[in-house]
Design a protein around this ligand. Structure first.
Ligand code: ADP
Ligand code: MG
Length: 250
């Protein structure tokens, strides 16, 4: 345990993160700090380690080297309670990962009830509030397979929010959606951002990144190759690597 980073405004601090799969170095010497309320967009070519980076932040991937501090506590320390950590770090995946055998409302209630953070009544109330927030009040008793992709992802966001996380990680939350559903999901994420939620979003939606993020990181060749405000990053790319990437995606 370390408390040398216990500045209240710093939620996450990454120091010298390295991740290797076999002999493949995916990330090396990643350093960054995430402050409360920041909205960080992560962009970069396929396979450059964006998901690995995000997954490292809640130890879905174990760093090969380096340290990650969450509210000042080194989560790479073997004594850290990973489940407690994950309660405070919400994650939303490309493929929703809803439980198909449970209603929408039960999906949202499950974790807080199982972890005894809320009783059934509190979790029920919270689930209904969150469903209203994501515009799905009428779907509480529906099963996930009856929902569109966009609706499923809105439920997945509500489910992550049910734990009152300190930070939300979104890994390409709209990549699996039909184009007409992208907007409704981005709209919910934007509202969350505007409500002050700290978030990191891996996305290919450059317009969204520019509109919503305070900071944008470009990952390539195992590192954060450029990091800036989205406007600067998109309008004034410094490296040939980013110039090339932007010429393909913008
Ligand atoms: P991105 O999200 O930027 O597309 P990823 O983080 O998913 O990239 O993957 C980065 C690299 O690490 C890719 O080459 C991928 O094949 C590899 N990789 C990811 N997860 C694993 C794993 N569990 N085992 C081996 N290689 C992996
Ligand atoms: Mg990925």
């Amino acid at each position: 345990m370390s408390d040398n980073n216990s500045n209240d405004n710093i939620i996450l601090k990454v120091e010298g993160l390295k991740k290797v799969f076999g002999d493949h170095v995916v990330l090396e010497n990643i350093n960054t700090t995430v402050k409360k309320g920041e909205v960080i967009a992560i962009i970069g070519p396929s396979g450059c380690g964006k998901s690995t980076f995000l997954r490292s932040l809640n130890l879905l991937e174990k760093p090969t080297e380096g340290h990650i501090y969450f509210h000042g506590t080194d989560i790479t320390d073997k004594n850290v309670n990973i489940n407690k950590l994950r309660e405070k770090i919400g994650m939303v995946f490309q493929h929703f990962n809803l439980f198909p055998n449970m209603t929408v409302k039960k999906n949202i209630m499950l974790a807080p009830v199982q972890l005894k953070l809320m009783n059934e009544e509190e979790a029920n109330k919270k689930a209904l509030e969150l469903l209203e927030r994501v515009g799905l009040s009428d779907k509480a008793d529906t099963y996930p397979n009856m929902l569109s992709g966009g609706q499923k992802q809105r439920v997945a966001i509500a489910r992550a929010m049910a734990m009152n996380p300190d930070v939300m990680l979104f890994d390409e939350p709209t990549s699996a959606l039909d184009p007409e559903m992208v907007g409704e999901v981005l709209g919910i994420i934007k509202e969350l951002a505007e409500s002050g939620m700290t978030m990191l979003i891996v996305t290919h939606e450059m317009g969204f990144a520019k509109e919503v993020a305070n900071r944008c990181m470009f990952f390539a060749d195992t590192k954060i190759m450029e990091e800036n405000t989205p406007k600067e990053l998109f309008e004034n790319p410094q490296t040939p690597r980013l110039q090339d990437f932007l010429s393909k995606v913008l």
